[in-house]
Design a protein around this ligand. Structure first.
Ligand SMILES: NC(=O)c1ccc[n+]([C@@H]2O[C@H](COP(=O)([O-])OP(=O)(O)OC[C@H]3O[C@@H](n4cnc5c(N)ncnc54)[C@H](OP(=O)(O)O)[C@@H]3O)[C@@H](O)[C@H]2O)c1
Length: 277
């Protein structure tokens, strides 16, 4: 840390919604004291939930107390980032800043906060169970010690990868940031199909979720690419072949790829729309 930075291990979250909760959950599970976490969250109901679920300190708006935070995690929506930053910047001058916001570029964040010590990230909600995937990008002024401080937080939520190019964060957003929603969408479809075929919802849920968990574990453990793993399931003239042929005829893969391009495009638009200086 630089001489001007806070040396405490206190962390402040600006915005205490879904993503902040997922990271806070990871931090607490890995032994961070709840008293070392403060959350600025304007929504009363959400503040009560955070206090009840995690025992962290909360406040409705930014205050001088934020000065004790060595790290400030920005977990507000892209649409409200600028407003929140301008309200908060006076109290967080000496902190290192970590943004999880989609699209908002580090140039904007550094400008709004008046500091170059900004790391941008794209986590995902499996962080809540310690199985998140996060990509990180550091501005050039971010020191090795700052990177370590960020890694200490992010590794409580799962795995991470550093990116050399900030623009790649938009692709990460489309793949792993939004990715859990695609997985849940396919799980939903499998449950709907299963119940439509006469299984109970409970049975279909167990089968669908277990299939995703098992297949992901197999893909991770295997040296072979997913095409080969898929081929092993697909007996000639069998049931999987029938399903995959149906999907190919309906261009499911193409449409799915197109959907991820739409997500990437939206990340870029969010940066353009809400990230101006
Ligand atoms: N959810 C994900 O899977 C995910 C994954 C990766 C990255 N992200 C990013 O994480 C950020 C937060 O997303 P989210 O899903 O956690 O959204 P969210 O659940 O809506 O949380 C954002 C919270 O910030 C609060 N807020 C609004 N203005 C504020 C201010 N001035 N100061 C402090 N807090 C304020 C909101 O309160 P109100 O509701 O009262 O406005 C809300 O509770 C976004 O930038 C998103 O791109 C999300």
């Amino acid at each position: 840390m630089t001489s001007s930075s806070s040396t405490s291990d206190h962390i402040a979250f600006i915005g205490g919604g879904n993503m902040a909760s997922a990271i806070i959950g990871g931090l607490l599970k890995q032994g961070t004291a709840a008293g070392h976490i403060q959350v600025v969250e304007p929504f009363e109901e959400q503040r009560s939930k955070l206090k009840k679920q995690f025992g962290v300190q909360t406040s409705e708006g930014p205050s001088a107390q934020l000065a004790s935070a060595a790290l400030v995690v920005w977990a507000v929506k892209p649409q409200t980032f600028k407003e929140a930053a301008l309200q908060t910047r006076f109290h967080t001058k000496h902190a290192l800043h970590l943004s999880v916001a989609a699209g908002i570029r580090s140039d904007s964040i550094a400008h709004w906060l008046g500091t170059e010590r900004v790391v941008r990230s794209m986590p995902n909600t499996p962080a809540l169970v310690g199985q998140g995937m996060t990509a990180l990008f550091a501005r050039s002024a971010v020191t090795a010690a700052d990177r370590l401080a960020v890694e200490r937080v992010i590794k409580t939520t799962g795995e991470y990868v550093w990116l050399d190019e900030e623009t790649h964060l938009d692709a990460v957003t489309a793949i792993s940031g939004s990715g859990p929603a695609y997985v849940f969408y396919f799980i939903e479809a499998m449950i709907d199909a299963g119940t439509g075929m006469g299984l109970s919802r409970e049975q279909a849920h167990k089968l669908a979720v277990g299939t995703f968990v098992g297949s992901s574990a197999l893909a991770r453990a295997s040296d072979e690419p997913p095409e080969i793993l898929r081929a092993r399931v697909t007996s000639k003239g069998g049931t999987t072949y029938a399903a995959l042929t149906s999907m190919e005829q309906d261009h499911v893969k193409l449409l799915f790829i197109r959907a991820m391009h739409a997500a990437k495009q939206r990340a870029r638009e969010l940066g353009d729309e809400f990230g101006s200086a």
